[in-house]
Design a protein around this ligand. Structure first.
Ligand code: SAJ
Length: 466
């Protein structure tokens, strides 16, 4: 195999003759593999799950849930022979571009769990050919490219970084339900280990991304991805804490939010029953991981003889936001307990209908679902739980049929079918007119006026009295 310089590689990328490998055929890897194949590249997907490889090679998408265009694109790319899946890393040896899109979850201690990433790096290291461009797309804790990915590849390949092979980081910004459209229309931070590498990466992504490609370095790209999601988590936590304050002082957070957002440059997010998904609950922990370093602080305080004090910096806002959001299902459970008590009932022995188990409205994705946390709390307190979700097969069915015989109902996800639900129908089948609203789906004051024992995140009882 001839050693290709970066310029030769750039040319092969420009004319789409550089074979591409994508390691990890999850919703990120599969969509990016299909997109490069669609452009005309020869693409091999490396996936460890044999059954997933077989399914993809039959032209069948393993991605559940609505993903406009993906199943058709996959089928046609398999049929055209431009895309193939395999479990065998040896297929990489003739690839000139290798994308890594494996999961990077956190463990029970909120630390990065890089097992899949290490497996991918170790699987490809010894097979890495000179002249290859390696790009990581998975979300990483800032510094991981420099401290882990690069050393591991250098060590296992025996090649010299940025001379024999080239390395970069381009975090994905796709969202479930909009994979292909996001891939094409959302800008990307393109972080190269060198400026030249970032430029060649941009040549590659320009083929599929119509939005900005912002060339930068790896640490910046790692920070952009984790900061943008930590930003969202903190914004949501702020809305949730404002909601809890409103409940405590007699306010209605929804009225407050509406008027706050009329103030210039305010964009208060939605309070709710919790924060789920595979990005927002995880990425803030990746951002703060290991950031607990001694920083020199300058203190003007005259009492301190030594004006340069060493102090420990460790993030507080971002972990606190995580805890606020993680606590919201517990708050919903407490609203439910209060509602049951109003009817002389307790959680123990009650049968509760949970409306919505996905983590997001009109989705079937249950990763880190706040409803799962709520179910656990309720069961721990002796309640029986009936779950309904129009998008999840095992929880589908006629809502009112599932509600029959339940003592109370809790809305956890604002799925469209629930927005059309007539509370009167629900009341006719519930044992008690008890409803806890975790997503501001219903009109609280109207329901209470109609005799419901109704409680909602962010709405105090005083604020709902007519
Ligand atoms: N949520 C709230 N209040 C809000 C917004 C969301 O409670 O104001 C909850 C949702 O109910 C859900 C969780 O937070 O449980 C996450 O919702 P999300 O809208 O952030 O959806 P995700 O998890 O799909 O986030 C993805 C992220 N995209 C990527 O990581 C590439 C996120 O950065 C995007 O902002 C988000 O999609 C989006 O805007 O759709």
């Amino acid at each position: 195999m001839i050693d290709l310089s970066l310029q030769d590689l750039q040319q092969m990328i420009e004319d789409q003759t550089a074979p591409i490998a994508v390691i990890g055929l999850g919703y990120v890897g599969l969509s990016v593999a299909c997109e490069f194949a669609r452009i005309g590249f020869q693409v091999i997907g490396i996936e460890q799950r044999q059954e997933r490889v077989a399914q993809i090679n039959q032209g069948l998408s393993p991605i559940t849930g609505e993903e406009p265009g993906l199943a058709e694109l996959l089928a046609s790319m398999i049929a055209s022979g431009r895309l193939r899946a395999s479990t065998d890393y040896h297929e990489l040896t003739n690839c000139r571009v290798i994308l890594i899109a494996v999961e990077t979850p956190i463990d029970e201690f909120n630390r990065p769990e890089y097992l899949a990433l290490r497996r991918a790096l170790l699987g490809m290291g010894a097979l890495l050919q000179p002249g290859t461009l390696v790009i990581v797309e998975s979300t990483l804790s800032p510094g991981s490219m420099q401290k882990m990915v690069a050393p591991l590849l250098v060590e296992t390949s025996g090649l010299t970084l940025s001379r024999d092979f080239f390395l970069g980081y381009c975090p994905e910004r796709v969202m479930p339900g909009k994979l292909l459209s996001n891939l094409r229309s959302v800008s990307r931070a393109v972080g190269g280990m060198t400026t030249e590498t970032a430029q060649v990466m941009a040549t590659l992504y320009r083929h599929i991304v119509l939005a900005d490609l912002d060339l930068t370095d790896c640490i910046t790209a790692e920070l952009v991805k984790t900061v943008e999601n930590a930003y969202r988590d903190v914004q949501i936590a702020f809305a949730n804490e404002a909601a809890l304050i409103c409940e405590a002082v007699g306010g209605d957070v929804w009225k407050v939010r509406q008027l706050v957002n009329k103030s210039p440059f305010r964009q208060m997010h939605l309070p709710g029953a919790g924060v789920g998904g595979h990005c927002i609950p995880k990425d803030p922990w990746l951002l703060v991981d290991g950031v607990s370093r001694v920083t020199s602080g300058i203190h003007a305080d005259e009492k301190l003889a030594d004006s340069r004090l060493e102090e420990e910096f460790s993030p507080t806002l971002i972990p606190s936001a995580r805890r606020i959001n993680d606590n919201m299902p517990m708050h919903v459970a407490s609203l439910l307990a209060q509602s049951l008590a109003e009817a002389g009932l307790s959680l123990k022995g009650a049968q509760i209908l949970i409306l919505g188990f996905a983590y997001l409205e009109d989705s079937d994705d249950t990763r880190n679902s706040p409803s799962a946390s709520l179910v656990e709390v309720l069961q721990d307190h002796g309640a029986k739980v009936i779950i309904h979700d129009p998008y999840i097969q095992q929880f589908q069915g006629e809502v009112l049929a599932r509600a029959a015989g339940c003592d109370a109902a809790v809305i956890m996800v604002s799925h469209s079918p629930y927005l059309a639900l007539d509370p009167q129908d629900l009341r006719s089948v519930l044992h008690w007119p008890i409803l806890v609203d975790g997503r501001h789906v219903f009109d609280g004051p109207a329901l209470r006026k109609a005799g419901w024992i109704y409680r909602a995140v962010g709405q105090s009882l005083e604020s709902m009295q007519a």
